[in-house]
Ligand binder design. Structure first.
Ligand code: ACO
Length: 392
Protein backbone atom coordinates (compact mmCIF):
# COMPACT_ATOMS: atom_id res chain seq x y z
CA UNK A 1 0.00 0.00 0.00
CA UNK A 2 1.34 3.47 -0.85
CA UNK A 3 0.03 6.52 0.98
CA UNK A 4 1.08 9.44 -1.19
CA UNK A 5 -0.11 12.57 0.58
CA UNK A 6 2.78 14.19 2.43
CA UNK A 7 1.88 16.12 5.58
CA UNK A 8 4.76 17.96 7.27
CA UNK A 9 4.98 16.94 10.91
CA UNK A 10 2.62 14.02 10.13
CA UNK A 11 -0.20 16.34 11.20
CA UNK A 12 -3.45 14.45 11.56
CA UNK A 13 -1.98 11.11 10.46
CA UNK A 14 -2.69 8.29 12.95
CA UNK A 15 0.56 6.59 13.93
CA UNK A 16 -0.98 3.98 16.23
CA UNK A 17 -4.09 2.77 17.98
CA UNK A 18 -3.98 3.54 21.67
CA UNK A 19 -6.22 3.28 24.72
CA UNK A 20 -3.99 5.30 27.04
CA UNK A 21 -5.21 8.88 26.73
CA UNK A 22 -7.75 10.90 24.82
CA UNK A 23 -7.65 14.56 23.76
CA UNK A 24 -10.47 16.66 22.36
CA UNK A 25 -8.63 19.76 21.20
CA UNK A 26 -11.76 21.70 20.24
CA UNK A 27 -13.42 21.32 23.62
CA UNK A 28 -10.32 21.26 25.83
CA UNK A 29 -10.75 17.71 27.15
CA UNK A 30 -7.94 15.41 28.28
CA UNK A 31 -8.62 11.97 29.75
CA UNK A 32 -6.26 9.28 30.98
CA UNK A 33 -7.80 5.83 30.44
CA UNK A 34 -11.17 7.59 30.21
CA UNK A 35 -10.88 9.59 33.46
CA UNK A 36 -10.78 13.36 33.10
CA UNK A 37 -7.62 15.18 34.07
CA UNK A 38 -9.71 17.40 36.37
CA UNK A 39 -10.95 14.35 38.33
CA UNK A 40 -7.46 12.90 38.59
CA UNK A 41 -5.96 16.23 39.69
CA UNK A 42 -8.56 16.47 42.42
CA UNK A 43 -8.55 12.89 43.72
CA UNK A 44 -5.46 11.00 42.56
CA UNK A 45 -1.69 11.12 43.00
CA UNK A 46 1.08 10.94 40.45
CA UNK A 47 1.97 7.34 41.32
CA UNK A 48 -1.62 6.14 41.31
CA UNK A 49 -2.10 7.86 37.94
CA UNK A 50 1.12 6.29 36.64
CA UNK A 51 -0.24 2.88 37.59
CA UNK A 52 -3.50 3.71 35.80
CA UNK A 53 -1.66 4.76 32.66
CA UNK A 54 0.75 1.83 32.57
CA UNK A 55 -1.48 -1.03 33.69
CA UNK A 56 -4.74 0.27 32.29
CA UNK A 57 -6.84 0.56 35.46
CA UNK A 58 -6.81 2.18 38.88
CA UNK A 59 -4.95 0.02 41.43
CA UNK A 60 -6.62 -1.51 44.46
CA UNK A 61 -5.42 -0.26 47.84
CA UNK A 62 -3.08 -3.25 48.12
CA UNK A 63 -1.72 -2.89 44.56
CA UNK A 64 -1.05 0.80 45.10
CA UNK A 65 0.71 0.20 48.41
CA UNK A 66 2.94 -2.44 46.80
CA UNK A 67 3.74 -0.22 43.82
CA UNK A 68 4.62 2.72 46.07
CA UNK A 69 6.72 0.47 48.27
CA UNK A 70 8.70 -0.88 45.31
CA UNK A 71 9.33 2.62 44.03
CA UNK A 72 10.60 3.81 47.43
CA UNK A 73 12.94 0.81 47.53
CA UNK A 74 14.45 1.54 44.10
CA UNK A 75 15.03 5.30 44.44
CA UNK A 76 18.76 5.11 45.10
CA UNK A 77 21.36 5.28 42.32
CA UNK A 78 24.30 2.96 41.92
CA UNK A 79 27.51 4.70 42.93
CA UNK A 80 28.89 4.16 39.42
CA UNK A 81 26.07 6.28 37.99
CA UNK A 82 26.87 8.98 40.56
CA UNK A 83 30.58 8.73 39.67
CA UNK A 84 29.74 9.07 35.99
CA UNK A 85 27.71 12.20 36.77
CA UNK A 86 30.66 13.73 38.60
CA UNK A 87 32.45 13.86 35.23
CA UNK A 88 29.68 15.87 33.59
CA UNK A 89 30.46 19.59 33.05
CA UNK A 90 28.59 21.82 35.51
CA UNK A 91 27.53 24.05 32.64
CA UNK A 92 25.90 21.17 30.77
CA UNK A 93 22.12 21.22 30.43
CA UNK A 94 20.38 18.91 32.94
CA UNK A 95 18.35 17.36 30.10
CA UNK A 96 21.57 16.13 28.51
CA UNK A 97 22.69 14.76 31.87
CA UNK A 98 19.34 13.03 32.30
CA UNK A 99 19.43 11.54 28.83
CA UNK A 100 22.93 10.16 29.39
CA UNK A 101 21.99 8.69 32.80
CA UNK A 102 18.74 7.16 31.54
CA UNK A 103 20.68 5.38 28.82
CA UNK A 104 23.39 4.39 31.32
CA UNK A 105 20.83 2.62 33.52
CA UNK A 106 20.55 0.12 30.67
CA UNK A 107 24.16 -0.89 31.34
CA UNK A 108 23.17 -2.23 34.75
CA UNK A 109 19.94 -4.11 34.16
CA UNK A 110 19.49 -7.13 31.95
CA UNK A 111 18.39 -6.39 28.43
CA UNK A 112 15.75 -7.71 26.11
CA UNK A 113 13.67 -9.80 28.48
CA UNK A 114 10.72 -8.05 26.92
CA UNK A 115 8.44 -11.09 27.09
CA UNK A 116 8.98 -11.40 30.85
CA UNK A 117 6.37 -9.48 32.91
CA UNK A 118 8.77 -9.29 35.88
CA UNK A 119 11.38 -7.54 33.72
CA UNK A 120 8.70 -5.12 32.48
CA UNK A 121 7.55 -4.39 36.04
CA UNK A 122 11.13 -3.92 37.29
CA UNK A 123 11.95 -1.54 34.45
CA UNK A 124 8.81 0.52 35.13
CA UNK A 125 9.61 0.71 38.83
CA UNK A 126 13.30 1.48 38.35
CA UNK A 127 12.72 4.24 35.82
CA UNK A 128 9.94 5.92 37.79
CA UNK A 129 12.01 5.61 40.96
CA UNK A 130 15.42 6.70 39.68
CA UNK A 131 14.70 9.48 37.18
CA UNK A 132 13.85 12.01 39.96
CA UNK A 133 16.96 10.98 41.90
CA UNK A 134 19.11 11.59 38.81
CA UNK A 135 17.63 15.06 38.26
CA UNK A 136 18.11 16.07 41.90
CA UNK A 137 21.61 14.56 42.08
CA UNK A 138 22.78 16.46 39.01
CA UNK A 139 21.48 19.71 40.50
CA UNK A 140 23.48 19.23 43.73
CA UNK A 141 26.58 17.90 42.01
CA UNK A 142 26.85 20.80 39.60
CA UNK A 143 26.94 23.08 42.63
CA UNK A 144 29.82 21.01 43.99
CA UNK A 145 27.79 19.12 46.59
CA UNK A 146 27.20 15.45 47.20
CA UNK A 147 23.74 14.24 46.22
CA UNK A 148 21.23 13.71 49.02
CA UNK A 149 19.93 10.20 49.57
CA UNK A 150 16.18 9.74 49.11
CA UNK A 151 14.04 9.57 52.25
CA UNK A 152 11.77 6.56 52.58
CA UNK A 153 9.29 8.36 54.81
CA UNK A 154 8.50 10.94 52.13
CA UNK A 155 6.18 10.34 49.21
CA UNK A 156 7.22 10.70 45.58
CA UNK A 157 6.78 14.46 45.11
CA UNK A 158 7.90 15.47 48.59
CA UNK A 159 11.00 13.30 48.32
CA UNK A 160 12.02 14.91 45.04
CA UNK A 161 11.67 18.43 46.47
CA UNK A 162 13.61 17.30 49.53
CA UNK A 163 16.46 15.83 47.44
CA UNK A 164 16.57 19.04 45.42
CA UNK A 165 16.40 21.67 48.13
CA UNK A 166 17.75 19.75 51.16
CA UNK A 167 14.61 20.81 53.06
CA UNK A 168 11.43 18.91 53.78
CA UNK A 169 8.80 20.71 51.69
CA UNK A 170 5.63 22.38 52.93
CA UNK A 171 2.74 19.86 52.49
CA UNK A 172 0.79 22.21 50.19
CA UNK A 173 3.87 22.70 48.00
CA UNK A 174 4.43 18.93 47.83
CA UNK A 175 0.78 18.22 46.96
CA UNK A 176 0.80 20.91 44.26
CA UNK A 177 4.01 19.52 42.80
CA UNK A 178 2.48 16.03 42.77
CA UNK A 179 -0.50 17.39 40.79
CA UNK A 180 1.91 19.05 38.35
CA UNK A 181 3.55 15.67 37.74
CA UNK A 182 0.16 14.06 37.24
CA UNK A 183 -0.86 16.75 34.73
CA UNK A 184 2.32 16.21 32.69
CA UNK A 185 2.27 12.41 32.86
CA UNK A 186 0.74 11.67 29.47
CA UNK A 187 -0.51 13.37 26.33
CA UNK A 188 -1.20 10.97 23.43
CA UNK A 189 1.23 10.82 20.52
CA UNK A 190 3.32 13.95 20.92
CA UNK A 191 6.90 14.21 19.62
CA UNK A 192 8.68 12.58 22.58
CA UNK A 193 6.11 9.81 22.94
CA UNK A 194 6.34 9.07 19.25
CA UNK A 195 10.10 8.97 19.64
CA UNK A 196 9.71 6.49 22.52
CA UNK A 197 7.38 4.34 20.44
CA UNK A 198 9.68 4.28 17.42
CA UNK A 199 12.59 3.27 19.66
CA UNK A 200 10.43 0.70 21.48
CA UNK A 201 9.36 -0.81 18.17
CA UNK A 202 12.94 -1.97 17.55
CA UNK A 203 12.66 -4.06 20.76
CA UNK A 204 15.57 -2.26 22.36
CA UNK A 205 15.75 -2.00 26.17
CA UNK A 206 13.41 0.38 28.05
CA UNK A 207 16.28 2.57 29.26
CA UNK A 208 17.15 3.36 25.64
CA UNK A 209 13.47 4.05 24.98
CA UNK A 210 13.30 6.62 27.79
CA UNK A 211 16.67 8.14 26.82
CA UNK A 212 15.46 8.74 23.29
CA UNK A 213 12.23 10.32 24.56
CA UNK A 214 14.18 12.59 26.93
CA UNK A 215 16.30 13.81 24.00
CA UNK A 216 13.16 14.65 22.05
CA UNK A 217 11.43 16.39 24.94
CA UNK A 218 14.41 18.73 25.34
CA UNK A 219 13.63 20.89 22.30
CA UNK A 220 12.10 24.38 22.69
CA UNK A 221 9.09 23.50 20.54
CA UNK A 222 8.20 20.70 22.97
CA UNK A 223 9.11 20.31 26.66
CA UNK A 224 11.79 23.00 26.52
CA UNK A 225 9.12 25.68 26.10
CA UNK A 226 8.44 25.96 29.87
CA UNK A 227 11.98 27.23 30.39
CA UNK A 228 11.65 29.64 27.45
CA UNK A 229 8.40 31.04 28.93
CA UNK A 230 10.21 32.28 32.03
CA UNK A 231 13.02 33.75 29.92
CA UNK A 232 10.37 35.50 27.81
CA UNK A 233 8.57 36.94 30.86
CA UNK A 234 11.93 38.12 32.15
CA UNK A 235 12.66 39.79 28.81
CA UNK A 236 9.25 41.49 28.72
CA UNK A 237 10.01 42.84 32.18
CA UNK A 238 6.81 44.84 32.80
CA UNK A 239 3.11 44.84 31.99
CA UNK A 240 3.62 48.01 29.93
CA UNK A 241 6.02 46.20 27.66
CA UNK A 242 3.62 43.34 26.83
CA UNK A 243 2.01 44.99 23.77
CA UNK A 244 5.29 46.23 22.22
CA UNK A 245 6.89 42.81 22.83
CA UNK A 246 3.99 40.98 21.22
CA UNK A 247 3.95 43.39 18.29
CA UNK A 248 7.64 42.85 17.65
CA UNK A 249 7.23 39.04 17.82
CA UNK A 250 4.36 39.16 15.37
CA UNK A 251 6.33 41.35 12.99
CA UNK A 252 9.30 39.00 13.16
CA UNK A 253 6.89 36.05 12.85
CA UNK A 254 8.45 34.49 15.91
CA UNK A 255 6.41 32.21 18.15
CA UNK A 256 5.25 33.30 21.58
CA UNK A 257 6.46 30.62 23.96
CA UNK A 258 3.83 28.76 25.98
CA UNK A 259 1.11 29.45 23.39
CA UNK A 260 -0.33 27.30 20.65
CA UNK A 261 -0.71 23.58 20.34
CA UNK A 262 -0.99 21.13 17.49
CA UNK A 263 -4.15 19.67 19.00
CA UNK A 264 -5.74 22.24 21.34
CA UNK A 265 -7.53 25.14 19.70
CA UNK A 266 -8.75 26.42 23.09
CA UNK A 267 -6.90 26.99 26.37
CA UNK A 268 -5.15 23.76 27.31
CA UNK A 269 -7.12 22.15 30.20
CA UNK A 270 -3.82 21.51 32.00
CA UNK A 271 -3.00 25.24 31.80
CA UNK A 272 -6.32 26.02 33.51
CA UNK A 273 -5.49 23.68 36.43
CA UNK A 274 -1.88 24.87 36.61
CA UNK A 275 -2.97 28.50 36.75
CA UNK A 276 -5.21 27.62 39.68
CA UNK A 277 -2.33 25.82 41.41
CA UNK A 278 -0.06 28.83 40.83
CA UNK A 279 -2.66 31.07 42.47
CA UNK A 280 -2.88 28.75 45.49
CA UNK A 281 0.89 28.96 45.87
CA UNK A 282 0.89 32.75 45.49
CA UNK A 283 -1.78 33.03 48.17
CA UNK A 284 0.33 31.10 50.64
CA UNK A 285 3.86 32.12 49.68
CA UNK A 286 3.45 35.49 47.91
CA UNK A 287 2.67 36.54 44.35
CA UNK A 288 5.26 36.00 41.63
CA UNK A 289 6.44 39.25 40.05
CA UNK A 290 5.93 37.73 36.58
CA UNK A 291 2.32 36.68 37.10
CA UNK A 292 0.82 40.04 36.12
CA UNK A 293 2.95 40.07 32.98
CA UNK A 294 1.74 36.54 32.19
CA UNK A 295 -1.91 37.56 32.63
CA UNK A 296 -1.47 40.62 30.42
CA UNK A 297 0.29 38.54 27.79
CA UNK A 298 -2.44 35.90 27.83
CA UNK A 299 -5.04 38.62 27.20
CA UNK A 300 -3.03 40.30 24.47
CA UNK A 301 -2.28 37.01 22.66
CA UNK A 302 -5.92 35.89 22.92
CA UNK A 303 -7.04 39.23 21.41
CA UNK A 304 -4.55 39.08 18.57
CA UNK A 305 -4.25 35.33 17.86
CA UNK A 306 -7.36 33.77 19.41
CA UNK A 307 -8.94 33.52 15.94
CA UNK A 308 -6.14 31.07 15.02
CA UNK A 309 -6.79 28.99 18.14
CA UNK A 310 -3.63 30.22 19.88
CA UNK A 311 -4.11 30.05 23.66
CA UNK A 312 -1.88 29.10 26.61
CA UNK A 313 -0.58 25.54 26.54
CA UNK A 314 0.63 23.41 29.46
CA UNK A 315 3.98 25.18 29.54
CA UNK A 316 2.67 28.68 30.09
CA UNK A 317 1.86 28.44 33.79
CA UNK A 318 3.96 25.43 34.82
CA UNK A 319 7.12 27.55 34.98
CA UNK A 320 5.49 30.00 37.38
CA UNK A 321 4.50 27.12 39.66
CA UNK A 322 7.99 25.62 39.54
CA UNK A 323 9.61 28.98 40.24
CA UNK A 324 7.50 29.37 43.36
CA UNK A 325 8.53 25.87 44.45
CA UNK A 326 12.18 26.93 44.20
CA UNK A 327 13.00 24.79 41.17
CA UNK A 328 15.74 26.33 38.97
CA UNK A 329 14.61 27.29 35.47
CA UNK A 330 16.77 24.80 33.62
CA UNK A 331 15.26 21.95 35.67
CA UNK A 332 11.74 22.66 34.39
CA UNK A 333 12.12 20.34 31.42
CA UNK A 334 13.76 17.55 33.45
CA UNK A 335 10.81 17.85 35.85
CA UNK A 336 8.54 17.45 32.85
CA UNK A 337 10.55 14.34 31.94
CA UNK A 338 10.09 12.89 35.45
CA UNK A 339 6.35 13.13 34.93
CA UNK A 340 6.23 12.06 31.30
CA UNK A 341 8.25 8.92 32.04
CA UNK A 342 4.92 7.44 33.16
CA UNK A 343 3.31 8.12 29.77
CA UNK A 344 6.37 6.96 27.83
CA UNK A 345 6.39 3.70 29.78
CA UNK A 346 2.68 3.21 29.15
CA UNK A 347 3.27 3.60 25.41
CA UNK A 348 6.33 1.36 25.54
CA UNK A 349 4.24 -1.37 27.14
CA UNK A 350 1.38 -0.83 24.69
CA UNK A 351 3.79 -0.91 21.75
CA UNK A 352 5.23 -4.23 22.89
CA UNK A 353 1.73 -5.67 23.04
CA UNK A 354 1.21 -5.44 19.30
CA UNK A 355 4.57 -4.52 17.92
CA UNK A 356 5.51 -3.81 14.35
CA UNK A 357 8.71 -1.90 13.71
CA UNK A 358 8.10 1.67 12.52
CA UNK A 359 9.31 2.11 8.98
CA UNK A 360 7.52 4.96 7.19
CA UNK A 361 8.23 5.87 3.63
CA UNK A 362 9.42 9.13 2.06
CA UNK A 363 8.89 11.19 -1.05
CA UNK A 364 12.30 11.49 -2.60
CA UNK A 365 13.13 15.01 -3.86
CA UNK A 366 16.85 14.69 -4.64
CA UNK A 367 18.88 14.07 -7.79
CA UNK A 368 19.09 10.74 -9.59
CA UNK A 369 22.01 9.32 -11.57
CA UNK A 370 24.26 12.24 -10.54
CA UNK A 371 27.86 12.17 -11.77
CA UNK A 372 30.68 11.54 -9.32
CA UNK A 373 32.77 14.77 -9.49
CA UNK A 374 36.44 14.40 -8.66
CA UNK A 375 37.66 16.19 -5.53
CA UNK A 376 39.64 18.99 -7.27
CA UNK A 377 36.65 19.99 -9.43
CA UNK A 378 34.09 20.27 -6.65
CA UNK A 379 32.36 23.46 -5.49
CA UNK A 380 30.78 23.62 -2.07
CA UNK A 381 27.13 22.81 -2.63
CA UNK A 382 25.83 23.08 0.90
CA UNK A 383 27.49 25.86 2.84
CA UNK A 384 25.15 28.67 1.89
CA UNK A 385 21.94 26.76 2.55
CA UNK A 386 23.31 25.55 5.88
CA UNK A 387 24.15 29.11 6.88
CA UNK A 388 20.62 30.27 5.97
CA UNK A 389 19.15 27.48 8.05
CA UNK A 390 21.23 28.22 11.13
CA UNK A 391 20.62 31.97 11.11
CA UNK A 392 16.92 32.04 10.17
N1 ACO B 1 2.93 32.29 18.73
C1 ACO B 1 2.52 32.93 17.62
N2 ACO B 1 1.91 32.31 16.60
C2 ACO B 1 1.73 30.99 16.70
C3 ACO B 1 2.13 30.26 17.84
C4 ACO B 1 2.74 30.97 18.88
N3 ACO B 1 3.16 30.35 19.98
N4 ACO B 1 1.83 28.98 17.67
C5 ACO B 1 1.26 28.88 16.47
N5 ACO B 1 1.18 30.09 15.88
C6 ACO B 1 0.61 30.41 14.57
C7 ACO B 1 1.60 30.09 13.46
O1 ACO B 1 2.41 31.19 13.15
C8 ACO B 1 0.69 29.71 12.32
O2 ACO B 1 0.15 30.88 11.78
P1 ACO B 1 -0.14 30.97 10.18
O3 ACO B 1 -1.14 29.89 9.92
O4 ACO B 1 -0.66 32.34 9.98
O5 ACO B 1 1.18 30.71 9.52
C9 ACO B 1 -0.44 28.98 13.02
O6 ACO B 1 -0.51 29.53 14.34
C10 ACO B 1 -0.25 27.48 13.10
O7 ACO B 1 1.02 27.27 13.72
P2 ACO B 1 1.97 26.02 13.46
O8 ACO B 1 3.34 26.38 13.87
O9 ACO B 1 1.76 25.52 12.06
O10 ACO B 1 1.35 25.00 14.46
P3 ACO B 1 1.99 23.63 14.89
O11 ACO B 1 0.86 22.75 15.22
O12 ACO B 1 2.96 23.15 13.87
O13 ACO B 1 2.86 24.03 16.15
C11 ACO B 1 3.55 24.40 18.33
C12 ACO B 1 2.47 23.79 17.46
C13 ACO B 1 4.93 23.83 17.91
C14 ACO B 1 3.30 24.00 19.78
C15 ACO B 1 3.53 25.93 18.17
O14 ACO B 1 2.28 26.43 18.60
C16 ACO B 1 4.66 26.61 18.92
O15 ACO B 1 5.78 26.66 18.40
N6 ACO B 1 4.38 27.15 20.15
C17 ACO B 1 5.40 27.80 20.93
C18 ACO B 1 6.28 26.75 21.63
C19 ACO B 1 5.56 26.06 22.74
O16 ACO B 1 4.93 26.67 23.60
N7 ACO B 1 5.68 24.71 22.74
C20 ACO B 1 5.08 23.87 23.78
C21 ACO B 1 3.93 23.10 23.22
S1 ACO B 1 3.19 22.08 24.45
C22 ACO B 1 4.28 20.81 24.61
O17 ACO B 1 4.98 20.42 23.73
C23 ACO B 1 4.36 20.17 25.89
Amino acid sequence: MTFCEYRPGLEGIPATQSSISFVDGQNGILEYRGITIEDLAQHSTFLETSYLLIWGGLPTEEELAEFEHEIRYHRRLKYRIRDMMKCFPESGHPMDALQACAAALGLFYSRRALDNPIYIRDAVVRLLAKIPTIVAAFQLMRKGNDPIQPRDDLDYAANFLYMLTEREPDPLAARIFDICLLLHAEHTINASTFSAMVTASTLTDPYGVIASAVGTLAGPLHGGANEEVIMMLEEIGSVDNVEPYLESCLQRKSKIMGFGHRVYKVKDPRAIILQNLAEQLFEKFGRDEYYDIALALEKAVSDRLGHKGIYPNVDFFSGLVYRKLGIPTDLFTPVFAIARTAGWLAHWKEQLGENRIFRPTQIYTGARNAPYVSLEKRHSAHDESLLNFVTS
